[in-house]
Design a protein around this ligand. Structure first.
Ligand code: PMP
Length: 436
């Protein structure tokens, strides 16, 4: 047994499933999850001292590569000044200003610690602002684990949702309408039936928690138009995409994709990159809506560690280093890796679709008519090919997300050498997928 396996056995006795977040558990690919002891640039090292090219990047935050020296230095300096004060700091305002400068519709920002808190607060704020109860979300979109967002589609398009987790009450789930993604007719029908009681539509800027599924050109803009026609708000969830796909997230890339643009969502949620690997998230948006938050307004929200000075130092330093040249590098790395995946799978005769949006991409196995647009199609894929593909890559020293339904993440440290190592590992993994 490897040290890694020992650690997993010990962790399973102390921690439910041995992990502190379920997707780390390798449940869908099998085997012991990696226990990471250090990370640097494009690489992570496990407890057995094995080094892997990392395509998880902490599920997104590590755009600069792991342990970037400038970020580590900023964190060390901040830590030496004190870990947490429970009081305001100058750097919090600098981070809020930076977000407002980059993402035009964001006029005010509240910092929090996790993406879950950001979306949960956005929904409470939308309800408090509009005085309405219902929320619209899309099937296959993930917005964190607050009760109202763990809702699954009911039987009809415009019917209220059912709990998607034990412990979520039927009453809570019934406050959410779960609609098929990229289906504006379904959104129109939901507004026609429930419009006067819909507080908000929440949507991932690009769906990236069912693999990557781009919104149709003009879809996000149409959501804003429709919601506003009924007096509802739109929450653009950029927890995953914000500051990862461009300096201003997916919203900026989306501005040039359709005839309806520009469009302005009322609220944005951020996480991951905004903390540079530390726990920072943010809720931002229209000042008149944001000012409904306590202490100015009646919508309560708070956090002992919100705006934590060490975490903010990591986020601020990361965002300041992320210029257009960096995003161009990430785009080029994503293009090279995804082309190498396609070449290898094609050579092995494995039908697949590489789904890409900016520097985010994922691989779906099976034959599809063009890019995938919805969750039902995602679920119908040949997901059973992935475990063999994943483990062949891992054996060759490349760590992929341990689920076919997750995006792959490159960093600025994924240079030609690193991409070369990935490309070398791919043919055997593609053959493993072919014979799975
Ligand atoms: N929204 C989106 C789009 C996400 O991808 C995630 C996390 N994967 C969340 C919200 C929740 O963020 P957190 O895990 O920080 O609570």
């Amino acid at each position: 047994m490897s040290l890694n396996d020992d650690l997993f056995a010990r962790a399973q006795a102390a921690i439910p499933g041995g992990v502190n977040s379920p997707v780390r558990a390798f449940r869908s690919v099998g085997g012991s999850p990696l226990f990471i002891t250090s990370a640097n640039g494009a690489y992570v090292t496990d407890a057995d001292g094995r080094e892997y090219v990392d395509l998880v990047a902490s599920w997104g935050p590590a755009i600069l590569g792991h342990a970037h020296p400038v970020v580590v230095d900023a964190v060390q300096q901040a830590a030496a000044r004190g870990l947490s004060f429970g009081a305001s700091t100058p750097a919090e305002t600098e981070l809020a200003e930076l977000v407002e400068e980059r993402v035009a519709p964001v006029e005010k920002v509240r910092l929090l610690s996790t993406g879950t808190e950001a979306t949960m607060t956005a929904i409470r704020l939308a309800r408090g602002f509009t005085g309405r109860d219902l929320l619209v979300k899309f099937a296959g979109h993930y917005h964190g684990h607050s009760d109202g967002l763990l809702a699954a589609a009911g039987s009809g398009l415009a019917t209220l949702a059912l709990p998607a987790s034990a412990g979520v009450t039927k009453a809570t789930a019934a406050q959410t309408l779960v609609l098929p993604y990229n289906d504006l007719d379904a959104v129109r029908a939901a507004f026609a039936e429930h419009g006067s009681n819909i507080a908000a539509v929440i949507t991932e800027a690009v769906a990236a928690n069912m693999g990557v599924v781009e919104p149709d050109a003009g879809f996000n803009a149409a959501l804003v138009e429709l919601a506003h026609a009924y007096g509802a708000l739109v929450i653009l969830d950029e927890v995953l995409t914000g500051f990862r796909v461009s300096r201003a997230g997916y919203w900026r890339l989306d501005q040039v994709r359709g005839p309806e643009h520009p469009y302005a969502p009322d609220l944005f949620t951020f996480g991951k990159v905004i903390g540079g690997g530390m726990p920072v998230a943010a809720l931002g948006g229209r000042a008149d809506v944001m000012d409904h938050l306590a202490p100015l307004g009646p919508v309560y929200q708070a956090g002992t560690l919100s705006g934590n000075p060490v975490a903010v130092a990591a986020g601020l330093t990361t965002l300041r280093l992320a210029d257009d040249a960096l995003y161009a590098r990430l785009d080029a790395a994503a293009a090279s890796v995804s082309e190498a995946v396609t070449d290898a799978l094609t050579a092995a005769g494995v039908a697949h679709s590489v789904q890409r949006a900016g520097n985010l991409f994922s691989v779906a196995f099976g034959s599809f008519d063009g890019p995938i647009r919805d969750y039902d199609t995602v679920l119908a894929q040949e997901a059973w090919r992935y475990p063999a593909f994943f483990h062949a890559m891992l054996d060759a020293g490349v760590s992929l997300p341990p689920s076919v339904f997750e995006a792959w993440f490159v960093t600025a440290a994924h240079d030609e050498d690193v991409i070369g190592r990935i490309a070398e590992a791919l043919p055997a993994a593609a053959r493993a997928a072919a014979s799975a």
